[in-house]
Design a protein around this ligand. Structure first.
Ligand SMILES: *[C@@H]1O[C@H](CO)[C@@H](O)[C@H](O)[C@H]1NC(C)=O
Ligand SMILES: *[C@@H]1O[C@H](CO)[C@@H](O)[C@H](O)[C@H]1NC(C)=O
Ligand SMILES: *[C@@H]1O[C@H](CO)[C@@H](O)[C@H](O)[C@H]1NC(C)=O
Ligand SMILES: *[C@@H]1O[C@H](CO)[C@@H](O)[C@H](O)[C@H]1NC(C)=O
Ligand SMILES: *[C@@H]1O[C@H](CO)[C@@H](O)[C@H](O)[C@H]1NC(C)=O
Ligand SMILES: *[C@@H]1O[C@H](CO)[C@@H](O)[C@H](O)[C@H]1NC(C)=O
Ligand SMILES: *[C@@H]1O[C@H](CO)[C@@H](O)[C@H](O)[C@H]1NC(C)=O
Length: 456
């Protein structure tokens, strides 16, 4: 990062890593400002970083949308706990290499895409044996590969290059776990591909899934490090928890069931959560206040999707409070992955979708009608409000992915069965405009994760 949060480092282990970092000398003016800000942050109970970072961050009311457009209900502002603000966690985040008193902050999620054929893709599709055929677009016949060669350029800094060796050293004797749905599985796979390029010997690594496919573990033997994926599309217990057979239309989650899956996350040093798309089955969502299997009518409650989502998000935070030591472990949350199923959103003829799209959307303000801003707002309000005491690093990949209508797997995928010739001939119906080709967009998500791990 040239002009980023990266200025100096005292940790010797990472000194080599910070080739680009300049040693910052603190002028009396900078020291004075820092003292002032410390006082200010003390008075207002604000985290210093939040305070400095607020410059560019839109006020949460700016996230308001035309809710009638998506037809979503506005979550009740008066709901208990909704507006209460907790004191942010004050400690130093583990793995951070930037100075605690960093005087510059960069919003790495605000920027633009730059063509970069020299450095991207970061690995080749055929070199990573762990990509499932659902995401190997080239092997499935995609004719173009321009979607692989883009670099994310934040407005105010440059991302550090992903150094797989550095990442593996950091994960030595540790476990990194991705928890969520198939999009998080894609990000997990991308991370494994990024790391395995630094482990040439096949004997030095392994990749194993549990018999029910719920839990997949990549091991870097020489580092005693694992990168894992755990299927829990709602984080809570749900009727879509079977990692293979989960095509369910009447979705439901069990209230207060975070420990059901949570017990399998214990011991992870870095957790990366996501959950979003599965909630979007309608405007309302069904909650069970009893066992899912019994599905008793009197134990079902219908609430707005946003309220249900907020409930699960808060339960996840509570699990994190109860089970993670913030001095030694880190928690990430990846924001919603946009879909491109409606070509009309970007001026295409009715019926079009991501199929045959090889260029990205240029409009910096673009937002697809099939993505719910209301859900983003729920996350932001909780993280800034009653969840502020949990140091979750928010990976805000939504807007930067919103531009990438070119990066989906479309019809170039194989899941369970290859698409039939009839399906391939009808891309308007069968194109997958949800998942992303690998290598591709999700490698950038991991470059951002990497950045935020070391420069939170
Ligand atoms: C909200 O969206 C609806 C449906 O798309 C549209 O008719 C209406 O004009 C929009 N309202 C505003 C204030 O943008
Ligand atoms: C996510 O990033 C985009 C682009 O910088 C920004 O417009 C948006 O407000 C951010 N959302 C949240 C919830 O932080
Ligand atoms: C990557 O990290 C390793 C371990 O910290 C370091 O030795 C190496 O020089 C780094 N590579 C680059 C290209 O920065
Ligand atoms: C390997 O890593 C695990 C944590 O993932 C740790 O409990 C164990 O002690 C490590 N083994 C060795 C030999 O260091
Ligand atoms: C979920 O459970 C909590 C605690 O038992 C209860 O207060 C809340 O009303 C329940 N939520 C729903 C939607 O039923
Ligand atoms: C975390 O570190 C701080 C400061 O070093 C210390 O006061 C606190 O007790 C630690 N918390 C835990 C759970 O170890
Ligand atoms: C795909 O796009 C190209 C130009 O961008 C166009 O010529 C071609 O007809 C399109 N193919 C289909 C099947 O829509």
């Amino acid at each position: 990062m040239t002009k980023a949060a990266v200025q100096s480092s005292s940790a010797p282990a990472v000194a080599a890593f910070l080739l680009v970092a300049k040693k910052a000398r603190f002028s009396p003016f900078v020291l004075l400002s820092l003292l002032f800000m410390l006082l200010f942050s003390f008075l207002y109970g604000e985290q210093l970083a939040t305070l400095i970072g607020q410059r560019d961050r839109p006020h949460s009311s700016e996230l308001d949308v035309n809710l009638s457009a998506g037809g979503h209900q506005q979550p009740a502002e008066t709901e208990a706990g909704w507006t209460s603000k907790k004191k942010p966690w004050q400690g130093r985040l583990p793995f951070a290499v930037n100075e605690e008193d960093e005087d510059e902050e960069c919003d790495v999620f605000s920027g633009s895409w730059v063509k970069d054929e020299a450095a991207h893709p970061l690995y080749r599709e055929e070199e990573c044996p762990y990509i499932p055929p659902q995401l190997t677009c080239q092997a499935q016949g995609r004719p173009d590969r321009g979607y692989q060669s883009w670099r994310w350029q934040p407005h105010d800094c440059t991302l550090p290059a992903f150094n797989a060796t550095q990442m593996l050293e950091t994960l030595r004797d540790k476990r990194m776990m991705f928890v969520g749905d198939s999009l998080n599985r894609g990000q997990f796979t991308s991370m494994v591909c990024l790391l395995q390029s630094a482990i040439p010997s096949p004997e030095a690594r392994s990749f194993e899934a549990s018999p029910d496919q719920q839990h997949t573990v990549f091991t870097a033997r020489d580092y005693n490090a694992t990168v894992e994926f755990y299927w829990a599309p709602f984080l809570l217990q749900s009727n879509a928890d079977d990692a293979v057979l989960h095509k369910i239309s009447d979705r439901t989650v069990r209230n207060g069931s975070i420990a059901h899956h949570g017990r399998h996350w214990e011991g992870a040093d870095v957790l990366v959560f996501n959950t979003y798309l599965w909630w979007c089955s309608g405007l309302r969502f069904r909650i069970m206040n009893g066992p899912i299997e019994e599905a008793k009518e009197e134990e079902m409650v219908w609430v707005s999707t946003e309220e249900a989502y907020g409930m699960a998000f808060r339960d996840m935070l509570q699990w994190v409070r109860d089970n993670m030591d913030f001095n030694s472990t880190r928690v990430f949350f990846t924001s919603m992955s946009p879909t491109h199923g409606k070509g009309q959103d970007w001026g295409d003829a009715p019926g079009g979708n991501c199929y045959n799209e090889t260029a990205m959307i240029e409009d910096a303000e673009y937002w697809g009608t099939d993505s719910r801003r209301s859900v983003m707002r729920v996350i932001r309000e909780i993280l800034d409000g009653d969840g502020a005491d949990v140091p979750v690093t928010f990976l805000n990949i939504t807007q930067l992915s919103m531009y990438r209508k070119d990066a989906h797997t479309s019809i170039y995928k194989k899941q369970w069965n290859p698409l039939t010739p009839e399906q391939i001939a009808d891309p308007r119906t069968y194109a997958d405009c949800v998942h992303w080709c690998l290598p591709g967009l999700q490698d950038t998500w991991n470059e951002l994760l990497y950045t935020k791990l070391f420069y939170p």
